[in-house]
Ligand binder design. Structure first.
Ligand code: NAD
Length: 268
């Protein structure tokens, strides 16, 4: 896609799922990729290996660079260090993908404050601090910059038993719009994708259970869950020059999940 070759991208939570697929796709498009992971260096190395394979094939040095960065996005100091490391190693930063995310299930009247804070701390506060530190860097480079937030259909669909997750993604919508508006005249575009049910480790309770999977998929108008690669394709588009005039938007990639599927057939 136009405008991605040679760009420097930081992807948070890139050792699995959608983040991993985004790292692979951006490398395939010619971006240098900084792969943030929290816990597992082995999983991050797997991402790197797959990304470089896609980017370079058999060529030893195809010009695409990669970097592994351990860091917890709920920790401000880790984020500052992460952005500094990308700039030290790649020279600049052009694209931030705010992907790291967690969820916990609990009735809303019983959730412990520390569990609530943990989800908000990663999904919303963490994403915001990553955006803040990256925007500082974009402005100091005096070059255009791109932020893509990985939100969720639960940005607009309420999700009982997952109040902290719902709030975090609802907040992400506002963050996307507010930052987009505030920095539009300085060459910074901020957008989001909102995946529907996607086959990744965060959904391990149903992806490998055919009965539960069938129940999930029965709610999706297109009749199937999405793949991480399908999410990554849209992220690559939004990061590219093909999307040069798009800012402040959330693109829903959900097989029609947000179309009120109960109205598929007439009720009476
Ligand atoms: P995943 O569990 O594979 O990915 C989440 C990643 O975030 C993991 O690699 C994890 O290590 C990382 N992470 C968690 N806490 C972190 C922290 N404190 N610091 C750094 N990294 C951390 O699941 P996924 O589905 O790929 O999720 C990626 C994003 O997509 C999340 O923001 C999630 O909310 C969103 N999403 C997923 C779906 C879905 O159905 N899979 C739907 C909508 C939105």
């Amino acid at each position: 896609m136009k405008g991605l070759k040679g760009k420097n991208a930081l992807i948070t939570g890139a050792s699995s799922g959608i983040g991993q697929a985004v790292a692979i796709r951006l490398a395939q498009e010619g971006c240098n990729i900084a792969i943030n992971y929290r816990k597992s260096p082995e999983a991050a190395e797997d991402t790197e290996e797959m990304a470089m394979e896609k980017a370079c094939g058999d060529i030893d040095n195809c010009g695409v660079q990669s970097l592994l960065i351990q860091g917890d996005v709920s920790q401000e100091s880790d984020i500052i260090e992460m952005v500094n490391t990308v700039v030290d190693k790649f020279g600049s930063i052009d694209i931030l993908i705010n992907n790291a995310g967690i969820q916990t299930e609990c009735p809303s009247h019983e959730i412990k404050t520390e569990d609530f804070d943990r989800v908000i701390g990663v999904n919303l506060r963490g994403a915001y601090i990553c955006a803040r530190e990256t925007i500082k860097q974009f402005l100091s480079q005096n070059q255009p910059g791109i932020i893509i937030n990985i939100s969720s259909v639960h940005e607009i669909i309420p999700r009982p038993m997952y109040i902290s997750y719902s709030i975090s993604k609802g907040g992400m919508e506002n963050m996307t719009k507010t930052l987009a508006l505030e920095y539009a005249n300085r060459g910074i575009r901020v957008n989001a994708i909102a995946p529907g049910a996607t086959i990744t480790p965060i959904n391990e309770d149903w992806v490998n259970d055919p009965e539960k999977k069938a129940v999930v998929e029965s709610h999706i108008p297109m009749g199937r869950a999405g793949t991480a690669a399908e999410m990554a394709a849209v992220v690559a588009f939004l990061a590219s020059d093909e999307a040069a005039y798009i800012t402040g938007q959330t693109l829903f990639i959900d097989g029609g999940l947000t179309l009120y599927a109960d109205f598929r057939e007439a009720w009476s």
